[in-house]
Design a protein around this ligand. Structure first.
Ligand SMILES: Nc1nc2c(c(=O)[nH]1)N[C@H]1C(S)=C(S)[C@@H](COP(=O)(O)OP(=O)(O)OC[C@H]3O[C@@H](n4cnc5c(=O)[nH]c(N)nc54)[C@H](O)[C@@H]3O)O[C@H]1N2
Ligand SMILES: Nc1nc2c(c(=O)[nH]1)N[C@H]1C(S)=C(S)[C@@H](COP(=O)(O)OP(=O)(O)OC[C@H]3O[C@@H](n4cnc5c(=O)[nH]c(N)nc54)[C@H](O)[C@@H]3O)O[C@H]1N2
Ligand SMILES: [Mo]
Length: 667
C-alpha cells in the first residue's frame, strides 16, 4: 500500500517545483509534479521525473567513512557516527590550539536550497570563529548590475511576461534552466507576440524563439548601448516617462550614447549595424517589451556592467508602465522569512577573514596567517564546480589539510576527504523553501526514512555543536522547530497568504507590494548612480577581450544535469551523450578534428579531454562544454573547470565561468 506525500524540488533552479511522492514501506517509489503548485502546475524536468532513483541509488553513502588510501584514491573504511564526530571535534580542537579557529574553512553552496538545511552551518561556524566563505559562485554580478539601476524594487511576477508582445530571452537557456518559464514564451506566441533569443550559441531554447541573435561572448553591454543609441538618435525614447521616473538620462545621453557609435557596437558584438537597428526599432515599437535576463552573460569580467546596461532598456521606452512590460532577473523573496534567526550573525564575536569561494584553489595553496588547515564541505562539490580545478585538486591533495565532506555520494570532492559523512536527500529531511524564479514558498516534511545512517545538515551541525560544547539555542532545536519559529515570526511578504495550504505542504504565493514606486535612493530608476566606480553605464572589456587563444569557452548548463548534480544517474549521463565539446565544423576541419573523436581543450590552467561534437549550433571561434561532469565519468582525468580561471567579476566578487579561452588539439 502506498501513500502520496507532498515535497519540493530542493535543487538550485529558479522554478522550485512542487512534488508528489509515492511512498511505500518508507521508500519513494515514484515522483511526479504537483498539479496544485501555483507556478509549476504538475510538470517536471527530465532530471526530476525519476528523483526516486537518485534517492535510493545504490551509490548513496550509508555510513560515515574514514580514509584508508591516498587522497583522491577513493579508499575508505566505514566508521560509526560517534567515531566520526569525535575525530572531527578532536582534530579541530588541535587546529584551534595551534593555528586559531580561522584555520578552519567551511565550504558550501546549493546542493539543497531549503532555507534551514542550506544555511545549517552558519550558526555553527560563526560560533566557532572559523574563516567565513563569500558564497559568490553563482551570479552576484547579475544582482549588483540590476540593483545599480533598480535598487530593491520588487521584480515582476514571472507570469506577467506572458502578457508581453515582445519577449527577449537574453542569455538564458530556459529550455534547460527554467522550463516553466517556457509557459510564458508559449503565451506570448499564442497572443501573436514575438520571442527573440540572444545567446552566444544556438541553445535548445532557440527552438522556442522566432529570432535568435548570436553575439560575441561578453559583448551584450555593447548591444544594449547600441540599442539605446538608436532609441536616442531616432527619437524613440519615452521622454515623459524618462522625465518623471529616470535619473541621469540626460548625462547618459550626452556622455555615453553620444560617443558610443553603432560601428563600435557592431565591432564588439559581431552583429551587423542593421541587426542592432532592427532590434532597437522593434523594441521601441512593442507595446510591452519584456526582457528575461539570464545569468550566463554576467559571468564575465564585465558581468555586472552588462546587466546594468540591459536593465536601463525598459526605462528608456517606459516599458515599466505597461502590463507585460519590464525586465526580470530573478525574484526577490529574501524578505519571506526572518533570516537572522537562521544565519545567527550575532554569534560572530570577532570579525574573521572572508574567503571568496571562487578562489578556493588560491586559499588552500597560498593563504597564510593562518593557513587553511581544515576544510568542511557540505552540499557542494568544489572539486568539480569551482573554477581552476587543478589548483583546487592540488589544495585538496595536501597531506596536512584535514578535509571533511558531508555528501549523498562519493563525489570528486569526497574522494579527497579524511572523513566522509553520509547526507540525507531532501525527501528524508524537513525544510522550508523559497524560490528565486517565482514568488512561491513551500514547506516539506521528511517523506521517507533516511537512507542507511545518513543525517541532514541540520542534524550534523547539532552533533558537532554538542561535541564542542556549544549550548546556544539553535543547536538544541530540530529543523521542524526552527521552521515553526520562522513561520511564527511576521513578514510583510507572508501577510494574507494561505497558511492552511502552507501547513498542508502545498506551494503558496507570497504577497508582493509593487505600489511602493522605485526602491532606489532617489526614488527613480537610476541610470546615473554616483555610488559606483562608473557613475554611468558604459562598455567595459572582458578579461579575455584581447586573449591569444583562438576559442571562447562556454561552460553552459546541460538540460540533463544540474551543475555537478545528477551525474550519479547513468541514463541522464547517456542523454547528455558523454562529455562533449561542441565546435563549428569549419573550425574542426581547419584543425583536422573529427566529429565523435577525442580531442583535448587546453589553456594556461589545464588540459581536458572531450568527445568532439562538430555542429553548426556553435559559431566559429566559440566552443561549448555543457554540464559539469564528475571526473569519475569524464573521458580523461579532468573536467571542464580545469579550464576556467579564479578571476572575478567587476562587482560582487562573482565567478567568470564564461570568460575563458582555450585551444583544441587532437588527443
Ligand atoms: N538543467 C539545468 N538547470 C539548471 C542548471 C543546470 O546546470 N542545468 N543550473 C542552475 C543554476 S545553479 C542556475 S544559477 C540557473 C541559471 O543557470 P545559468 O547557468 O545561469 O543558465 P542560464 O541563465 O540559462 O544562462 C546561461 C546561458 O547564457 C549564455 N551565455 C553565456 N555567455 C553569454 C554572453 O556573453 N551573452 C549572452 N547573450 N549569453 C551568454 C549561455 O550560452 C547559456 O545559454 O539555472 C539552474 N538550472
Ligand atoms: N563550468 C561550470 N562550472 C559551474 C557552473 C557552470 O555553469 N559551469 N555553474 C556554477 C553555478 S551557477 C553554481 S550555483 C555552482 C553550484 O555548485 P554546487 O552547489 O556545489 O553544486 P552541485 O554540483 O549541484 O553540488 C551539490 C552537492 O550537494 C549534495 N547534496 C544535495 N543535497 C544535500 C544535502 O541535503 N546535504 C548535503 N550535505 N549534501 C547534499 C549533492 O549530492 C551534490 O553533490 O556551480 C558552478 N560551477
Ligand atoms: Mo547557480
Amino acid at each position: 500500500m502506498s501513500v502520496t506525500k507532498r515535497s519540493v524540488c530542493p535543487f538550485d533552479c529558479p522554478d522550485t517545483c512542487g512534488l508528489l511522492v509515492e511512498v511505500e514501506g518508507g521508500r519513494a517509489v515514484a515522483v511526479k509534479g504537483d498539479p496544485e503548485h501555483p507556478y509549476t502546475r504538475g510538470s517536471l524536468c527530465p532530471k526530476m521525473l525519476h528523483y526516486e532513483k537518485s534517492v535510493h541509488s545504490p551509490l548513496r553513502l550509508t555510513t560515515p567513512l574514514k580514509r584508508t588510501g591516498a587522497k583522491g584514491s577513493g579508499e575508505f573504511a566505514p566508521i560509526s557516527w560517534d567515531e566520526a564526530v569525535a575525530a572531527i571535534a578532536g582534530r579541530w580542537k588541535e587546529i584551534i590550539a595551534t593555528h586559531g579557529a580561522e584555520a578552519i574553512l567551511p565550504y558550501s553552496y546549493a546542493g539543497t536550497m531549503g532555507v534551514v538545511q542550506r544555511n545549517a552551518g552558519h550558526p555553527f561556524f560563526h560560533r566557532l570563529g572559523a574563516s567565513r566563505l563569500d558564497r559568490t559562485i553563482c551570479s552576484p554580478a547579475k544582482g549588483a548590475g540590476w540593483q545599480a539601476v533598480m535598487g530593491k524594487t520588487p521584480t515582476p511576477h514571472p507570469d506577467s511576461a506572458g502578457k508581453s508582445d515582445l519577449l527577449i530571452l537574453w542569455g538564458i537557456n530556459a529550455a534547460a534552466t527554467s522550463i516553466h518559464f517556457l509557459n510564458a514564451v508559449r503565451e506570448v506566441k499564442q497572443r501573436g507576440g514575438e520571442v527573440w533569443l540572444i545567446d552566444t550559441y544556438r541553445t535548445p531554447t532557440a527552438a522556442a524563439a522566432d529570432r535568435t541573435i548570436l553575439v560575441r561572448p561578453g559583448s551584450d553591454a555593447a548591444l544594449a548601448l547600441g540599442i539605446m543609441h538608436v532609441l536616442a538618435r531616432e527619437g524613440l525614447v519615452n521622454e515623459p516617462f524618462v522625465a518623471e521616473s529616470v535619473l541621469g538620462y540626460r548625462e547618459f545621453r550626452r556622455e555615453v550614447l553620444g560617443t558610443f557609435t553603432l560601428d563600435e557596437a557592431s565591432r564588439l558584438t559581431g552583429l551587423p549595424v542593421a541587426t542592432i537597428e532592427e532590434l532597437a526599432r522593434r523594441y521601441a515599437a512593442a507595446k510591452a517589451p519584456f526582457i528575461r535576463i539570464g545569468s550566463g552573460l554576467s559571468r564575465y569580467g564585465n558581468g555586472a556592467m552588462t546587466v546594468r546596461c540591459i536593465a536601463c532598456l525598459p526605462a528608456l521606452v517606459g516599458a515599466w508602465e505597461r502590463e507585460g512590460g519590464g525586465a526580470f532577473p530573478d525574484t526577490s523573496t529574501g524578505g519571506a522569512f526572518a533570516m537572522e534567526h537562521v544565519l545567527r550573525e550575532d554569534f560572530v564575536t570577532t570579525p574573521t577573514r572572508i574567503v571568496n569561494m571562487n578562489r578556493l584553489g588560491e586559499a588552500l595553496n597560498t593563504l597564510n596567517n593562518p593557513p587553511v588547515m581544515s576544510l568542511y564541505v557540505y552540499h557542494s562539490n568544489p572539486a568539480a564546480v569551482t573554477p581552476d580545478q587543478n589548483a583546487v585538486l592540488r589544495g585538496l591533495s595536501r597531506d596536512d589539510l584535514f578535509t571533511v565532506v558531508h555528501e549523498r555520494f562519493l563525489t570528486d570532492t569526497a574522494r579527497y576527504a579524511d572523513i566522509v559523512l553520509p547526507a540525507t536527500s531532501s525527501l528524508e529531511h524537513s525544510d522550508i523553501y523559497r524560490a528565486y524564479g517565482t514568488y512561491c514558498i513551500q514547506r516539506a516534511r521528511a517523506a521517507v526514512d533516511p537512507v542507511g545512517e545518513s543525517k541532514s545538515n541540520w542534524e550534523v551541525f547539532s552533533l558537532l555543536a554538542k561535541a564542542l560544547g556549544f549550548e546556544e539555542e539553535p543547536f538544541t532545536l530540530t529543523a521542524d522547530e526552527l521552521i515553526d519559529r520562522l513561520l511564527a515570526l511576521p513578514s510583510p511578504m507572508r501577510e494574507g497568504i494561505d497558511t492552511r495550504a502552507l501547513a498542508e505542504g502545498k506551494g503558496v504565493e507570497l504577497t508582493v507590494n509593487r505600489d511602493g514606486g522605485y526602491l532606489t535612493r532617489s526614488g527613480k530608476i537610476e541610470i546615473l548612480n554616483r555610488s559606483l566606480p562608473e557613475p554611468l553605464p558604459c562598455y567595459l572589456p572582458t578579461h579575455e577581450e584581447e586573449g591569444k587563444l583562438p576559442f571562447r569557452l562556454m561552460t553552459a548548463p546541460n538540460p540533463f544535469a544540474l551543475n555537478a548534480t545528477f551525474y550519479d544517474q547513468p541514463d541522464l549521463r547517456e542523454k547528455q551523450g558523454g562529455m562533449r565539446l561542441q565546435m563549428n565544423p569549419s573550425d574542426a576541419d581547419a584543425r583536422g578534428l573529427k566529429h565523435g573523436e577525442r580531442v583535448v581543450a587546453f589553456n594556461e590552467l589545464g588540459e581536458v579531454p572531450f568527445f568532439l561534437d562538430a555542429t553548426d549550433r556553435v559559431p566559429p571561434g566559440v566552443v561549448v562544454a555543457e554540464g559539469v561532469w564528475w571526473i569519475a565519468h569524464a573521458p580523461g582525468n579532468r573536467s571542464v573547470n580545469a579550464l576556467t580561471s579564479q578571476r572575478l567579476t567587476d562587482q560582487g566578487g562573482g565567478s567568470t565561468f564564461y570568460d575563458n579561452r582555450v585551444d583544441v588539439r587532437p588527443e
